[in-house]
Design a protein around this ligand. Structure first.
Ligand SMILES: *Cc1c(COP(=O)(O)O)cnc(C)c1O
Length: 456
């Protein structure tokens, strides 16, 4: 324990970095429901899953019993290039808000992909290489995942084919060029290269695309090419597992200074950064060793936890991926083109869905303009221009800090700052010009999509 003033940035030593990921499912009494084969609707076997995913990742996906899984040395070497990520005490934000709360954030934007996604991309590329594969296919929405995977594939000399949601492909040409700079092949989705892409183009002419649709294309492309597998940047339990490096580092840093967070907040798209941040803390809560309040923050335009239903659903529009039990708005739900591309997914990690269903975690949804308002406040005092996705967590962290200002409570608030927003200046421009809208789907719109959930 230390009595000195807590520094602005709390770093841990390279030698203190986690050597294992933490699998929170091992400590859950009631586990997430099993993945189902989309055709037979029976629990999917490792053999069936390995047609789509790399063998080692299939093992991780299905592992509910091992609490700790070794991080291979090659991955740890790569992590050392951009980790440990700093844990920052937001002294300047606290002062600007005039709150007695103590605010901390874990900053994951310190790499070229500009987000936490590299933590899982490098692991997935490593296992693909180990298996002797030629390459991988994937989808990308806002572009962070595609960028992260391009970087990881070029490091391990793997071919990388990215299906990029059309609206982002057009709105974010710079992201596309970063991916191509790292050697990736980038195709706007829906494309005419796959059967499912051609079908979606015929059904919805002029569509802007969606993540679910790009996933279907990438899965089809992987299964049509020898030596290729599909990889996914969120939602799956394996991705959440890799992202626990965020929470583990945070815990090590906080323990050094005897800091105990009261509230832990993260934005939730498919749930990987939030799951990764909270896992070690949730483990303590599940084992009865400590208590924390966890808050998932989602966009009001795509509110899977707060307004979706807890049911089996397809992970993709093309219905080729395994069925997963999760909070979902329906795989046919087409969210409005909000500016937090990374949060426009219809479903939520099965692990987080189960924790939420057991009331071990809370969730709130927030509107876009209030998110950008918080983003600008944060950027002006903390010096980092945050990604729109990350700013959802900032918004709720500020709200909680302002509650403390009213009550005089000195709570400790921790949030995940998942990335930077340099490629999102089109969105900031709209906000600065006062022409950004808030789109909230009606109950009717959500019902239309959830009525189409698979029944069996
Ligand atoms: C992708 C992304 C997210 C959301 O993904 P999760 O799997 O929910 O973590 C959040 N922030 C940034 C910056 C992203 O790129």
């Amino acid at each position: 324990m230390s009595t000195e003033k807590i520094p602005y940035k709390i770093y841990i030593e390279e030698s203190e970095m986690p050597k294992q990921w933490y699998n929170v499912r091992a400590d859950m009494k009631k586990k997430p429901a099993p993945l189902l084969n989309p055709v037979t609707k029976q629990p999917i076997t490792a053999e069936e899953l390995s047609e789509v995913f790399c063998d080692e990742l299939v093992k991780q996906e299905l592992d509910e019993t091992n609490a700790y899984i070794d991080i291979p040395e090659e991955i740890r070497e790569f992590y050392r290039m951009y980790r440990p990520a700093p844990l920052v005490r937001a002294y300047c934000l606290e002062k600007a808000l005039g709150t007695p709360a103590k605010i901390y954030y874990k900053f994951e934007g310190n790499n070229t992909s500009g987000s936490h996604k590299l933590n899982s991309a490098i692991a997935q590329a490593y296992y693909a290489k180990q298996q002797g594969l030629k390459g991988v296919t994937t989808e990308t929405g806002a572009g962070q995942w595609g960028t992260a995977l391009s970087m990881a594939c070029s490091y391990f000399d793997l071919d990388c084919q990215v299906y990029m949601v059309k609206v982002s492909y057009e709105q974010k040409p710079f992201r596309r060029e970063v991916m191509r700079t790292y050697g990736a092949n980038v195709t706007p989705s829906p494309s005419m290269l796959t059967e499912v892409g051609r079908k979606i183009n015929a059904e919805f002419p002029g569509t802007n695309g969606s993540l679910g649709c790009a996933i279907s294309e990438a899965v089809e492309a992987a299964s049509n090419q020898e030596g290729y597998r599909y990889v996914l940047g969120s939602v799956l339990s394996q991705v959440l597992l890799h992202q626990t490096v965020i929470g583990l580092e945070t815990k090590i840093a906080m323990d050094k200074y005897d800091i105990k967070p009261d509230i832990i907040i993260g934005c939730a798209g498919g749930g990987s950064n939030l799951g990764g941040l909270i896992s070690p803390f949730m483990g303590e809560k599940l084992r009865g060793e400590a208590d924390y309040k966890f808050i998932a923050v989602e966009p009001a335009s795509c509110p899977s936890l707060t307004r979706g239903v807890y049911a089996y659903d397809y992970c993709d529009t093309g219905k080729v991926c395994p069925l997963q039990k999760m909070y979902t708005l329906g795989s046919g739900f087409m969210p409005s083109s909000s500016h937090a591309g990374g949060l426009r997914y219809h479903g939520m990690s099965s692990v987080l869905s189960e924790l939420y269903d057991q009331s071990l975690m809370e969730a709130v949804s927030v509107e876009q303009t209030s998110v950008f308002d918080a983003a600008v406040k944060f950027a002006r005092v903390e010096g980092i221009l945050p990604a729109p996705e990350s700013s959802h967590a900032i918004k709720v962290a500020i709200d909680e800090a302002l509650k403390c200002k009213e009550t005089g409570e000195e709570k400790t608030i921790l949030f995940g700052l998942t990335g930077t927003g340099y490629f999102d200046m089109y969105a900031y421009e709209k906000f600065n010009n006062g022409v950004m809208g808030d789109y909230v789907p009606t109950d009717e719109e959500i019902k239309i999509a959830t009525d189409k959930l698979p029944k069996f």
